[in-house]
Design a binder for this molecule. Structure first.
Ligand code: 6PG
Length: 476
C-alpha cells in the first residue's frame, strides 16, 4: 500500500469517526491508539474502508507509514494529555512534519505549542472541528490555525472530509497559531447563547403558556420551516417529541435541569472581557448554566423565597404571542452573533490574525452545531461590508433588527412581568438598546470617578477643563 496521506492518534468516538470519514473520501490514513487492542477493534469494524486504513501498533511504525511532510491529527482529551502526546511523538518526526490538535483546546495553549515548535523544524496546527460525532463521520466544519504552508499540505484531505454548503467545503485556513481554536471557541460561545435563548423561549412556552412538550415540539417544528431554520431548532423539535422508554413521559420532562459545560463558553467570555468587548448574551448563557448546576441551592432558595408573586402570563392572542416569540428569538440571535463576530474582530487585531469574517460565516453554514440558513445571510452581509463595525449596522441586519426588536421587547417585558427568567434574551435587548443610543449615561460614571478618585474626564465641548468643580454646585 502507498504511504498514508495523513495519520491520526486517538481512536475515541471523534477520532474513529474522523478516520472513517477520511478513509471514505479516498485518502489513506494511518491510525494509532494508546491501546493497540482499540486500534485492532477499530480496523476490524472498518469493513470496506479497511483498504484505506493502516493500523499501527507502535509510534515508530505509525510515523513511518505516513508520507512526509507528515500531518498527524491528535484527537484526544484537551489539556495536558496533548502536551504528553506531543512529547512522545516528537522524537520520531522530521523537518516539516505537522502535529494537528483537533480537540477543543484553549487557543492560548495552541499559541504556546505553536511557539514551542518554532525552531524545531516541526510545526503545529490548532484545528477546531465542529459537528459532534455525526459531523466527524459525515462532514464537520473545520477551522484551521497554523502556518499557511502547513495548511496547504493538508488542505486536500480536509476539504474532502468537510461538510459542503452548495458544494463549497466548510473548511478554511483562518490565520496563524491559535486562530482556528479561537474561532472554534467563539463558535461554541455562540452555541451556548443560541441554546440558552432556545431554553428561555421553551420556558415561556412551558411555564407561561402551560404547553406540553409535544405541543412545544410542534412550535419549534413550525419555526424550523421559517427564518429560524437551523440545526439547533431542528434537534429541539426532536428532543421535545421523544418519549422516555421507562416512564412513557416526554424524555425532556425526565431530564434533570442541570447543564454541563466543558469550558469553551467560559473562555469566550474571558477573552471578550480581556479585550473589552461586550459579549453579554454569551455571558448570560454561561451564567445560566452555572445557576442551573446549583440545583440544590435553587431548591433551597425557592423554599425560602417562593416564586415571584406576580400575575401569571396573560395572553389574549396565543398565535400572535407565539409569532412574537419566534421574532424575539431571531432578534436575540442576531445580538448573540453580532457579539461573537465583534469579539473575533477585536481578537484579530489583538493577535495579528486578519480573521476573514465572511469566510468564518461561510464555513459555519453547514457541518457545525450552529449551522443555519441565518449564517448564509451573515456571509452575504460581511461579504458586502467586510469592515463593518458590527453585524447589526450592516444594511440587511439593521433592517432585520428594526423588524424584530419590538417582538423581543414585548417578549422580555411579558416574561419579566410574569417572573420567568430570560437573562440571555434580555441581555440581547439591553445590548441593542445601549449600542444604538448615541448619548448614554456614562457621563455620570466619569463624574463619580473624578469625584472620588480625580480620574478626570473628557468634555463634550472640548474645553480644557478636565476635573470637576466638586463641592460647589447648582444647588449650593
Ligand atoms: C461542536 C460542539 C462540541 C461539543 C462541545 C460542547 O461544535 O461540535 O460544540 O465541541 O459538543 O464541547 O461543549 P459543552 O460540553 O461545554 O457544552
Amino acid at each position: 500500500m502507498a504511504q498514508a496521506e495523513i495519520g491520526l492518534i486517538g481512536l475515541g468516538v471523534m477520532g474513529a469517526n474522523l478516520s472513517l470519514n477520511i478513509a471514505e473520501k479516498g485518502n489513506t490514513i494511518a491510525v494509532f491508539n494508546r491501546t493497540a487492542a482499540r486500534t485492532h477493534e477499530f480496523y476490524e469494524e472498518a469493513g470496506a474502508l479497511k483498504d484505506q486504513i493502516v493500523p499501527c501498533e507502535t509510534i515508530e511504525e505509525f510515523v513511518a507509514a505516513i508520507r512526509p511532510p507528515r500531518p498527524i491529527i491528535i484527537m484526544i482529551k484537551a489539556g495536558d494529555a496533548v502536551d504528553e502526546q506531543m512529547k512522545l511523538l516528537e522524537p520520531y518526526l522530521s523537518k516539516g512534519d505537522i502535529m494537528i490538535d483537533a480537540g477543543n483546546a484553549n487557543f492560548r495553549d495552541t499559541m504556546r505549542r505553536f511557539d514551542a515548535l518554532k525552531d524545531s523544524g516541526l510545526t503545529f496546527i490548532g484545528m477546531g472541528v465542529s459537528g459532534g460525532e455525526e459531523g466527524a463521520r459525515h462532514g464537520p466544519s473545520i477551522m484551521v490555525g497554523g502556518t499557511e504552508e502547513s495548511y496547504r499540505r493538508v488542505e486536500k484531505v480536509l476539504t474532502s472530509i468537510a461538510a459542503k454548503y452548495d458544494g463549497t467545503p466548510c473548511c478554511a485556513w483562518l490565520g496563524e497559531n491559535g486562530a482556528g481554536h479561537f474561532v472554534k471557541t467563539i463558535h461554541n460561545g455562540i452555541e451556548y447563547a443560541d441554546m440558552q435563548m432556545i431554553a428561555e423561549i421553551y420556558g415561556i412556552l412551558r411555564d407561561g403558556l402551560g404547553l406540553s412538550a409535544g405541543e412545544i415540539s410542534d412550535v419549534f417544528g413550525a419555526w424550523n420551516k421559517g427564518r429560524l431554520n437551523s440545526y439547533l431548532i431542528e434537534i429541539t423539535e426532536k428532543v421535545l417529541a421523544a418519549a422516555d422508554p421507562i416512564s412513557g413521559s416526554p424524555i425532556v420532562d425526565m431530564i434533570l435541569d442541570k447543564a454541563g459545560q466543558k469550558g469553551t463558553g467560559k473562555w469566550s467570555v474571558i477573552e471578550a472581557q480581556n479585550m473589552g468587548v461586550p459579549a453579554t448574551a454569551i455571558e448570560a448563557a454561561v451564567a445560566a448554566r452555572s445557576i442551573s448546576s446549583a440545583k440544590a441551592e435553587r431548591e433551597a432558595a425557592e423554599a425560602v423565597l417562593g416564586l415571584p408573586k406576580v400575575a401569571p402570563l396573560a395572553v389574549a392572542d396565543k398565535a400572535a404571542f407565539i409569532k412574537d416569540l419566534e421574532n424575539a428569538l431571531l432578534a436575540a440571535k442576531i445580538g448573540a452573533y453580532a457579539q461573537g463576530f465583534a469579539v473575533m474582530s477585536a481578537a484579530s487585531k489583538e493577535f495579528d490574525w486578519s480573521l476573514p469574517m465572511p469566510e468564518i460565516a461561510k464555513i459555519w453554514r453547514a457541518g457545525c452545531i450552529i449551522r443555519s440558513q441565518f449564517l448564509d445571510e451573515i456571509t452575504t452581509a460581511f461579504t458586502k461590508a467586510p469592515d463593518a463595525a458590527n453585524l447589526i449596522v450592516t444594511p440587511a441586519f439593521a433592517a432585520l433588527v428594526s423588524e424584530t426588536d419590538g417582538a423581543l421587547r414585548r417578549t422580555v417585558s411579558a416574561a419579566v412581568l410574569a417572573g420567568l427568567p430570560v437573562p440571555a434574551l434580555a441581555s440581547a435587548l439591553g445590548y441593542f438598546d445601549s449600542y444604538r443610543r448615541a448619548r448614554g449615561t456614562a457621563n455620570i460614571i466619569q463624574a463619580q470617578r473624578d469625584f472620588f478618585g480625580a480620574h478626570g474626564f473628557d468634555r463634550i465641548d472640548g474645553a480644557d477643563s478636565h476635573h470637576g468643580p466638586w463641592g460647589s454646585g447648582l444647588n449650593a
